[in-house]
Write a protein that binds this ligand. Sequence first.
Ligand SMILES: [Zn+2]
Length: 298
Amino acid sequence: MAAPAREEIDALDLGLPFDPLAKVKSLAGVRAEDVGQGDALVVMDGDGNDVLRIDYGGVQSSPFNGLADPVRAPKIDQLLPVPAAQTIMLSHWDHDHWASAWPGTNAVKRGHWLTPRQWTSPSAVERSVEIANIRCIPPLLETVPCRFVAANGDELWWEKLKAFRPTFQNEDCNRSGVAFSVVQKRTGKVIFLPGDAPFHLPRHYRTHAARGLTMRGLVAFHHGAGTHWTKGTRRFLKRWGRPDERQSIVYSAGAVNRDSHPVEANYTKAFPVAGFPKMEFLYTRDVRLGKPPVEIRF
Ligand SMILES: [Zn+2]
């Protein structure tokens, strides 16, 4: 089979010191927006404000599908609001993680995007050049776990998993993107946001284990292939389940998903109800039935 066409994201590297938590007192957790198949996550502060976005996706069964051009952008702005200069970090350049960034949306016009440099689809590269303010993670920070710290010590961790290779011309974006986690300092709880990377890859996830943190929740990756559901990932997840704690597993994959993402049975096998009675499974698709927003709060 011929390799799929890939092009390089060629935005400039981030240059200036950058800290979206500079004025943030504490972190409260994460909200997962209902965008159908794909991620659009918001990191919230202790006052309930949106601090930063991670991804802006949604493809299959997105609420914006089928809308005509004049109404699509305002609808996206309304449901996925992006205040001026809000930071939007991208986990990777697969379509379901950026597809709601339509031309004319506030995300494209006034979001400040920080993204991994990857070999990706021509349509992703085309969209990236329409984003008014976009920077790539510089090579210096590739493969290096980084963190932003709120005033009370709460942390937002992020890690570009592999270095960009200019000569490569093809790559599995799931494995070379950015993985995130949010840590509440006082309680030692962590929320895992791996993008679509397997859980055993991020180095800083292992650091969290070494520090003795406990898991408050995770947003499941979309990839259903066996290449991601490895022994390492299974072992990783089993380690974090706690029968005595409220924990939340979030699926952001739409009501109809022809790729069967995420593979829910994988997670229910890793965390059997009998063993983890306080664990809850949350589905962004249920929000359309009048259920409250899907949130993982500490
Ligand atoms: Zn995905």
